[in-house]
Design a protein around this ligand. Sequence first.
Ligand SMILES: NC(=O)c1ccc[n+]([C@@H]2O[C@H](COP(=O)([O-])OP(=O)(O)OC[C@H]3O[C@@H](n4cnc5c(N)ncnc54)[C@H](OP(=O)(O)O)[C@@H]3O)[C@@H](O)[C@H]2O)c1
Length: 322
Amino acid sequence: MARHWGIMGTGGIAVALLEAIRAEGDEVVAVSSASTERAAAFAMQHAVARSYGTHHELTTDPQVEVVYVATTNETHHLDVRACIDAGLPVLAEKPFALDLPRSQDVLAAARDAGVFVMEAMWMRVQPGFLDLHRRIAEGEIGRPRLVMADFGFPADTDTTRRWYDLAQGGGALLDVGIYPLTLITSVLGAPREVRAVGELASTGVDEQVAVAMRHETGVSSWTCSFVADSGVEATVAGDRGSLRLRGPLHHSPGVTRRRGAEQLEHATVDGHELGYRHEVREVQRCLDAEAIASPAIPHAATLEVMAILDEIRGQLGVHFPN
Ligand SMILES: NC(=O)c1ccc[n+]([C@@H]2O[C@H](COP(=O)([O-])OP(=O)(O)OC[C@H]3O[C@@H](n4cnc5c(N)ncnc54)[C@H](OP(=O)(O)O)[C@@H]3O)[C@@H](O)[C@H]2O)c1
């Protein structure tokens, strides 16, 4: 039976997920916005039955069974919390919240209420990411000792849009740095030491950042940027070679294996073109299993990454209002 989804948010990613949800056989029955007009326009354009001019009203819709939170970063914690309070399972956009304390509060509330919550860290259920981990586990490169990764693109500099607005939780770290960081911690675990340098924009957000980290069994370096069009790739190296997760790393087409400069394999994974459909499938699998968390995108991973992001923003002097 098709599940009935509600979507909080009317931006670009809301449209992408609406298409993925429908492609996976579920229905989108309601949408919400901070503006009645934007909600109605979205509903009309995408054939959604009901629209709401405040986000939390959507949680009172008797037909909504699961909510996708696609609002801007500064309200994620409030929006997810409203769903939990209404007993509705949630897929919540990344970053899960602005910081670790807010993330901890929300996930504790979800556990107490027994409500499913999953961060939409879709990279973790992509075939390319899973293939990289399979190869590492099978010892293709020996023990992984070093990871390098980047995520940079020229962002919209309009300060009313979310990227450069501190009040909307802007900045390269939360927008795109979260991907290389998540990838690195999935391979090497939490860092013991983190050193960051960066450039702040005039609005106070981090515009680009370079980070070096020391882990228990290796080192990593990564960058994120709103001004440089980088390759959005990652390389994991051990004493028997390297695996390059080809860009875009968060939905990679596959891995290239090298020893020294010699290319041994250039693999392409099936299903990488399905994009967001993999995370919708993960939500469906978890709800079918009556789980309150995804084993593929566990709460612990969300919290681990939020803690490191807090540390880096502290080093750079980036502070969100309130
Ligand atoms: N997983 C991914 O690959 C991915 C990709 C992109 C973004 N995201 C995350 O998703 C969240 C939303 O990102 P987004 O890309 O959807 O942002 P966006 O397109 O900039 O939209 C953000 C918000 O701006 C408002 N908005 C939309 N059109 C507008 C217009 N014409 N005029 C004024 N306001 C308008 C909407 O608010 P209302 O909801 O109030 O209508 C919308 O929710 C962020 O947390 C981001 O980190 C994730």
